[in-house]
Design a protein around this ligand. Structure first.
Ligand SMILES: Cc1cc2nc3c(=O)[nH]c(=O)nc-3n(C[C@H](O)[C@H](O)[C@H](O)COP(=O)(O)OP(=O)(O)OC[C@H]3O[C@@H](n4cnc5c(N)ncnc54)[C@H](O)[C@@H]3O)c2cc1C
Length: 363
């Protein structure tokens, strides 16, 4: 049997599938980027650009046997992938792992490490010259960004605005209360139940005043967008492989096969698995898919299944030493102390974990 596995997208899920299967199959990883991006590091890369190299793990060193094709999928059918360059990659197995895009700086916009690091440097320079920062969106990204800014520049004025009435709905009230306490202590102003229409370009210095829907005004010197996640699935719009959900997600079975295809799988933020979209879950999906493809390569049925995570979990650092979190336990979600948030995430934003798994960073 021929053994080509085309993995489309080398983020948390795709890189893990490619790494797990590269010794057992002819893996072709397709991604316009030149490195795996640990997006959890992006916000610190803005406030401490010398640190930015830590979040990139070049595919050249991460994968020793797989073939890496720097290109973008524009169409996928059950027999292979067509790329933006016009090239065709035929495959026996396909893994869709194209994830999601967040507004910069939460995920880098540029595809190469050098350009992405340059973008972080430029934004850092703009931010360094701004005394008052406005963040639109009080979800985990906006809150983490506020924490990183306050850690680097304790005296900057940071305001977060969000139309929602409460922070982190669905999480344990005790954790949300502690979050408010820490934000107060840092001097971060949180305006909930309010919206603003920002001036032209985010991430650029230039003083402006905006009226909130709540009736007051905010003056700031720079603003960032911290809302609006987009699923990367446009290349499926031609319907040659599957019909996406109205949200652009890919319908999968419990074995993480794309519905109707026993040799095509999907992992990560792209899937319609009914759970929050998280890197941790993408990597668990990757384990299931790697086991199923390995079984099929041996001529066995794919029996590994994935059960959607039910309890909301989060590790939300506010700088390297602050933050809140809640983790699942057999007895339900448990609020964890700040020291745990720092040890598991805030201190190095997972750099150590990925260095163990994926080899050296670009730093
Ligand atoms: C600041 C921040 C902090 C976060 N913190 C956490 C955390 O602590 N814990 C957690 O579990 N999650 C966290 N997340 C969420 C996490 O980043 C996402 O859930 C995760 O990125 C999803 O992984 P993925 O493998 O599905 O796709 P992604 O990581 O989005 O990777 C997709 C890859 O596909 C490539 N691609 C896109 N389109 C194409 C195409 N057409 N052809 C080929 N390749 C393509 C992209 O270049 C990219 O490399 C955080 C996110 C942000 C932004």
């Amino acid at each position: 049997m021929s053994r080509t596995v085309a993995v489309i997208g080398g983020g948390y899920g795709g890189a893990a599938v490619a790494k797990a299967l590269e010794t057992e199959a002819d893996v072709v990883l397709i991604d316009p980027r030149d490195a795996f991006v640990n997006a959890a590091g992006s916000l610190r890369a803005v406030t401490r650009p010398d640190w930015a190299g830590n979040m990139f793990f070049p595919f050249d060193t991460l994968l020793t046997r797989a073939t890496v094709v720097r290109d973008r999928a524009v169409s996928v059918d059950p027999a292979g992938v067509t790329l933006a360059s016009g090239r065709r990659v035929a495959a026996d197995f396909l893994v869709l792992a194209t994830g999601s895009s967040y507004a910069y700086p939460a995920k880098p916009a540029a595809d190469s490490v050098s350009e992405a690091v340059e973008d972080f440097r430029r934004t850092h320079k703009e931010l360094a010259g701004a005394d008052r920062v406005l963040i639109l969106g009080a979800g985990p990204v906006g809150l983490e960004l506020a924490g990183e800014i306050k850690d680097a520049w304790p005296h900057k004025q940071v305001t977060i605005v969000d139309p929602a009435e409460r922070l982190l709905p669905g999480f344990e009230p005790e954790m949300v209360e502690e979050l408010h306490r820490q934000l107060d202590e840092l001097g971060v102003q949180v305006r909930l139940g309010a919206g603003v229409t920002p001036p032209a370009e985010p991430g650029r210095t230039g003083t402006f005043t905006v009226a909130t829907t709540g009736g007051d005004e905010i003056t700031a010197d720079i603003w960032f967008r911290a809302h609006g996640v987009r699923v990367n699935s446009d290349y499926l719009a031609d319907g040659l492989l599957t019909t996406r959900t109205p949200e652009g997600l890919v319908p999968v079975t419990e074995t993480l096969n794309v519905r109707g295809h026993d040799h095509v799988y999907a992992v990560g933020d792209l899937t319609d698995v009914a759970e929050a979209k998280r890197a941790g879950y993408a990597m668990q999906h990757a384990e299931v898919v790697a086991r199923n493809i390995a079984a099929q390569l041996r001529g066995e049925p794919p029996v590994a299944t994935y059960e959607a995570a039910v309890d909301p979990m989060i590790l939300l650092p506010l700088g390297p030493r602050g933050g809140v979190g809640q983790l699942p336990t057999p007895d339900g979600p448990s609020v964890v102390p700040t020291t745990t948030v720092s040890a598991f995430k805030g201190a190095d934003l997972f750099t150590g974990r990925f260095t163990e798994q994926f080899g050296p960073t670009a730093a």
